[in-house]
Design a protein around this ligand. Structure first.
Ligand code: BGC
Ligand code: MG
Length: 553
């Protein structure tokens, strides 16, 4: 069934957000995620750092993005490469100094770029002074800052909760003679969010960086902050997914994530955020892609945005992507705001996930046209703009503990190889020995090779971002699919009361006919530069992504 475009006459009653009113960078812009360790190394130690990011700000600004999300840069023993923080108010020396961060922030702001930090406050590092005090006894001032339990008589552990990267989430502590809970590595003890002193300290951590000009945060595993007060066992989850190799995926996580107390904690965090001008935040949704779950935490008195893996976990099928988007659209209130990504530092890059090969770049352009024309804030992962793939890494090259443990079934390192700037040694990332091997694809796939190529992925991303920023409908309009169950092509409208854009994406290597609603459609952008505005049926060329605007005469 072909859904009809709303005619101009009926448009008047459309409930759409007024375009361009109160422009907000986190809602109207594009976010660019940087994994600092792999973006640019300035001091030849083979590890990316803050001066390295600063040296590439002109490039980042040239993309037309609005904000940089920096994966963690705080002091850390690096058991989880920075997602285990031992001092929230300092910068880890491998990335530089507080002064380097002040320079980066000032230089970013000078270019109109916002800075978002990765706030990892579900857990700390085992080396944080808070944990050292907490473990020292059962009655010190921080004894209740973490989750300490005894095992019931006859039981090996306090309950059956599994950790994400291993077996039990409970680790015995010889000093305190109790178990402590860790959702991730045992080096990452979870904070006790039920303790008001913990929440007060964490709100002060946010204020510490907001006071220093940070524009917002990505909240690491934001839906995990609270666990069931009664510590009830999770029921089993009968899944046939290969992920079932990990105990974490063999449980239904009823009692260790998504607890109702999150809402008040988010309201408290939002009050802190809104006490500063124009701040934003996006919470990471752990594990689920259930749009109902995602939507319940987003709103004016919750978090500004939540980022789940809805698009990351889809196969290369338009109906899968469209179903995920429609679920989000149905779950989100009109004034609540989705957020989407295709890749991040935890999963193989989508170029590789979707099959690589001779059509890799063609698919990347189609995927980019989708990500950058949906209703919701797009988050780009560094390197996706040049269609950078995840290289095959030998086991001895791996650095990430769970990637070593579950090789070759689970591999995060392949998403973390150095950014590919040039075709020279180490892709221009470092003059030293890179901490992870540079992908061999850098010989052909790199920023320098694409900058002056009008048909490159990089220049298509730039054109898409430019079009999105110039189009009220692409930024704030409603989303309306034209084909209910798409087979080969996703075709949808983005509409406000003053602009209608049509996006037509052919996911495969053969021609496909897609319906065109009546009206005068002017071509605004296409992967195929020789396209003219269509007639009734719109024959899409293989892997063609085209965006049209309805003109009202
Ligand atoms: C991060 C992972 C990290 C985990 C524990 C996730 O959200 O993206 O890289 O291992 O949180 O902090
Ligand atoms: Mg360095």
């Amino acid at each position: 069934m072909i859904l009809r475009a709303t005619s101009w006459k009926k448009k008047a009653g459309m409930t759409t957000l007024t375009p361009d009113s109160n422009y907000l960078w986190w809602r109207d812009g594009v976010i660019y995620q940087i994994y600092p360790r792999s973006f640019m190394d300035s001091n030849g130690d083979g590890v990316g750092d803050l001066p390295g990011v600063t040296s590439r700000l002109d490039y980042i600004a040239s993309l037309g993005v609005d904000a940089i999300w920096l994966s963690p840069i705080n002091t850390s023993p690096m058991h989880d490469f920075g997602y285990d923080i031992s001092d929230y108010e300092d910068i880890d020396p491998v990335f530089g100094t507080r002064a380097d961060f002040e320079t980066l922030t000032a230089e970013a702001h000078r270019r109109g770029l916002k800075i978002m930090m990765d706030l990892v406050i579900n857990h700390t590092s085992i080396e944080h002074s808070w944990f050292k005090e907490s473990r020292s006894s059962c009655d010190n001032p921080k004894a209740d800052w973490y989750i300490w339990r005894d095992a019931p008589p006859g039981k090996k552990y306090p309950n059956n909760w599994a950790c994400v990267y291993g077996e039990s989430a409970w680790e015995w502590d010889e000093t305190r003679k109790q178990f402590y809970y860790h959702m991730f590595f045992k080096e990452q003890p979870d904070l006790n969010w039920r303790n008001p002193d913990v929440r007060a300290a964490l709100m002060n951590t946010a204020r510490y960086w907001l006071d220093r000009g940070v524009d917002g945060f990505r909240l690491d595993v934001a839906t995990a902050y609270f666990k069931d007060a009664q510590f009830r066992d999770n029921p089993p989850s009968l899944t046939l997914s290969p992920r079932a190799a990990l105990p974490w995926f063999r449980q239904k996580h009823l009692y260790d994530i998504e607890q109702p107390e999150l809402h008040d904690a988010y309201r408290e965090f939002r009050r802190v955020l809104d006490s500063y001008p124009e701040r934003g935040a996006v919470g990471e949704v752990l594990l689920t892609e259930d749009a109902e779950v995602v939507a319940r935490y987003v709103g004016d008195d919750q978090l500004p945005m939540m980022l789940d893996l809805g698009l990351v976990n889809q196969p290369w099928l338009p109906r899968s992507f469209q179903r995920s988007v429609m679920e989000h659209e149905a779950a989100f209130a009109p004034d609540a705001w989705p957020c989407y990504c295709l890749s991040n530092h935890d999963w193989p890059r989508h170029v590789t996930r979707h099959g690589g090969g001779p059509f890799a770049e063609a698919r990347v352009k189609v995927a980019a046209a989708m990500l950058l024309t949906l209703r919701g804030t797009p988050v780009l992962y560094m390197g996706e703009e040049i269609a950078m793939p995840s290289p095959h890494l030998a086991r001895h090259d791996l650095k990430d503990p769970p990637s070593k443990l579950y090789w070759p079934f689970y591999n995060r390192d392949s998403a973390r190889t150095p950014m590919q700037w040039t075709d020279s040694l180490n892709a221009g990332f470092t003059t030293g020995k890179p901490w992870l091997p540079v992908g061999p694809s850098h010989k052909k796939i790199n920023v320098a090779a694409q900058t002056d190529d009008p048909d490159s992925a990089l220049n298509f991303y730039l054109a898409l971002i430019r079009l999105r920023k110039s189009s009220p409908a692409l930024r704030r309009g409603t989303y309306r699919p034209l084909i209910e169950r798409p087979v080969a092509a996703m075709t949808y409208l983005r509409e406000t009361d003053s602009q209608t854009m049509l996006v037509a994406l052919n996911f495969f290597g053969h021609d496909v006919d897609v319906p065109m609603p009546p009206g005068n459609w002017g071509l605004r952008l296409s992967t195929h530069r020789d396209r003219r505005a269509p007639g009734k049926a719109l024959r899409r060329a293989p892997f063609e992504a085209s965006i049209f605007e309805l003109s009202d005469y």
